[in-house]
Design a protein around this ligand. Sequence first.
Ligand SMILES: NC(=O)c1ccc[n+]([C@@H]2O[C@H](COP(=O)([O-])OP(=O)(O)OC[C@H]3O[C@@H](n4cnc5c(N)ncnc54)[C@H](O)[C@@H]3O)[C@@H](O)[C@H]2O)c1
Length: 350
Amino acid sequence: MSDLDRKYGFAVIGCGVISDTHIQAIQQLENAHLVAVCDVDAEAARAKAEQYDCEYHTDIANVLACDDVDVVNIVVPSGLHAKLGIQAAEAGKHVICTKPIDITLQSIDSLIAACRDNGVKLAATHQLRSYPIFNRIKSAVDGGRFGKLLYGSCFVPWWRERAYYGPGRWQGTKAMDGGGALMNQSIHFIDLLIWIMGRVSTVFGHAEHLYHDIETEDCGTAVLKFANGAHGIIQGTTCTYRGLPARLEIHGTKGNAYTVGDETMQLWQVEGDEDEVDADLQGHVGGASDPKSGMMGYAVAAHVEQIGDLLASIEEGREPRLNGPEARRAVEVILAIYESSETGNVVRLG
Ligand SMILES: NC(=O)c1ccc[n+]([C@@H]2O[C@H](COP(=O)([O-])OP(=O)(O)OC[C@H]3O[C@@H](n4cnc5c(N)ncnc54)[C@H](O)[C@@H]3O)[C@@H](O)[C@H]2O)c1
């Protein structure tokens, strides 16, 4: 069998809300197939295995013992990503992790090192990087079409029901969520912001809970300075009335763009094509008020692209485009906002 005919066996670890998006993306890839699912909740694992006609396990150790599993796809609570990823790497399996790649820089660095030392690939998924409107901004900015960058900001005025943080849930806990509205929800747009604008050099922020009864923040705000000199603002919450679509705003001396939700380019003014209007791009509100909304449809296609890139990186002997160090960047900025909020100081990033 040539490498082109090779089908990579996947195991999906965690059978909760986001697992269907990953499984359906794996099923759409010609060179991938789902071998097993795993969840500590035996009933969740059994039901998912029945739905997708695969094996199931309740302990990752049994998954890692399967020779036909090449890639471990991790979709468990965020504070367990690196721990399970390191186990997978030590068993010689490639690792792909949902966002955030983990919740501390130490654990992320250990995961990166474990994958490197065991000669396996490490990739993350931040699906919005594969959405057309954000790619359009990224390519125009990279091509210099926005001129000198001045401002890059994201506003994520979302809503989560009180029950989302209810008893027994990992969401909103320091140990497993590592944060709240910023680390769990706004990270999608924070990742986009730094992907488009480049490295952040300083952060000043506030992160508190103003409404939900949780250990972590439900409202966060930060002022950023990017290494290229541009300024930025991050605002993220899970308690605004009803939840509104997130906005990303990029401004330069030759271009302005606003996006609303994850499919609508509200404004596109770039020198040379001022008249261009994207009236046909009808957006939806992403996860503004419902964590499950926006998780199928385009999100599956975006995961197909990102999981597919991991397989291509194995075939081509290169790093995945969204590798460990790349996924670490958003977490580093969010942790800097927490540090600034606690100390009252501006935090400088290396
Ligand atoms: N990309 C996205 O848009 C997106 C959306 C939702 C969630 N997520 C991320 O996906 C991860 C999971 O979120 P969710 O909403 O699916 O959570 P969830 O609570 O619905 O599901 C998590 C599952 O993991 C299982 N689990 C816990 N510990 C385990 C272990 N040691 N081994 C195997 N299974 C274990 C739980 O029993 C549960 O079924 C989180 O990191 C979250 O940030 C990403």
